[in-house]
Design a protein around this ligand. Structure first.
Ligand code: SAM
Length: 261
């Protein structure tokens, strides 16, 4: 078969570093009966070692040329191929059929990583764990502490739902073609339902979006029409603070105060 030419529009940077691949598989630690889904299998750098340890593996892939290769290489009862866009894929449907929590894995296409993380966060209740290779700068934003310039909407929304650990730093040379940025491999474990204390999660998400709409503005301005000075005072939050100065717990308190108003 002809050599595959990496497609930039699909964020194709294929893993070629055997040590990084081994470290990733060790971190994922797949057990043979697990329901594992790989996003973007590409040329199989992770698919191969995962399949060695699993009865079967689900993959979601958008590139038709790659799908042809996957069909030729793996038997359909070992590799279940879902052809399409991971951004709209219904991961919860796989969890229903498996009866257990999903293990989602991927060296993600960096051009869609933020919307993909939000899409995956929405189905966190059917997930056991997720392990992703991402642009390092995105991982830094995911795990950022309040009061830092990396702390933003992505940090609040993902930290609300997941416990996250940056596990491995990965240099550009570990991929072909090499991306222009550093990468990092991260683990996300969903928090148990009793820890998710926002009473109305849609309202919580809307509040966080509004608070960070213009980062440099004071909360009083970004939340005009949503929370007045007396509301801030009751919560003990300075209306002159910037969005990045508040903790995830502060955002939950603010959202819950709006729900009861
Ligand atoms: N897993 C392989 C590896 O590590 O070498 C490939 C990783 S490459 C960074 C990203 C993969 O995601 C490619 O196979 C690409 O075709 C696929 N992809 C890109 N956009 C996608 C999307 N929206 N839905 C599903 N797969 C996508």
């Amino acid at each position: 078969m002809n050599k595959h030419i990496a497609r930039k529009r699909f964020g194709q940077n294929f893993l070629i570093d055997a040590q990084v691949i081994a470290d990733i598989v060790a971190a994922v630690a797949p057990q043979c009966g697990d329901c594992v889904v790989e996003i973007g299998p590409g040329l199989g750098a992770l698919t191969d070692p995962l399949l060695k340890r699993l009865d079967r593996l689900h993959v979601v892939e958008i590139d038709r040329d790659i799908i042809v290769r996957l069909r030729q290489r793996y038997s359909p009862d070992k590799l279940i191929i879902h052809e399409g866009d991971a951004l709209v894929f219904d991961f919860s449907a796989l969890a229903d059929s498996s009866g257990g929590g999903l293990h989602i894995v991927g060296n993600l296409p960096y051009n869609i990583s933020t919307p993909l993380l939000f899409h995956l966060a929405a189905c966190a209740d059917c997930v056991a764990d997720m392990h992703f290779m991402l642009q390092k700068e995105v991982v830094e934003r995911m795990v950022a502490e309040p009061g830092t310039s990396d702390f933003g909407r992505l940090s609040v929304m993902l930290q609300y739902r997941f416990i996250m650990d940056c596990l491995i730093d990965v240099p550009p040379e570990s991929f072909a073609p090499a991306p222009k940025v550093d990468s990092a491999f991260v683990r996300l474990i969903p928090r148990p339902p009793e820890e998710l204390s926002a009473r109305d999660e849609a309202q919580f998400a809307a509040l966080v979006s509004a608070a960070f709409a213009q980062r440099r503005k004071m909360l009083r301005n970004n939340l005009k029409g949503i929370l007045g000075d007396s509301g801030f005072e009751e919560l003990g939050i300075a209306p002159t603070a910037r969005a990045e100065e508040l903790s995830v717990a502060d955002y939950i308190r603010m959202a819950n105060a709006l729900v009861v108003q």
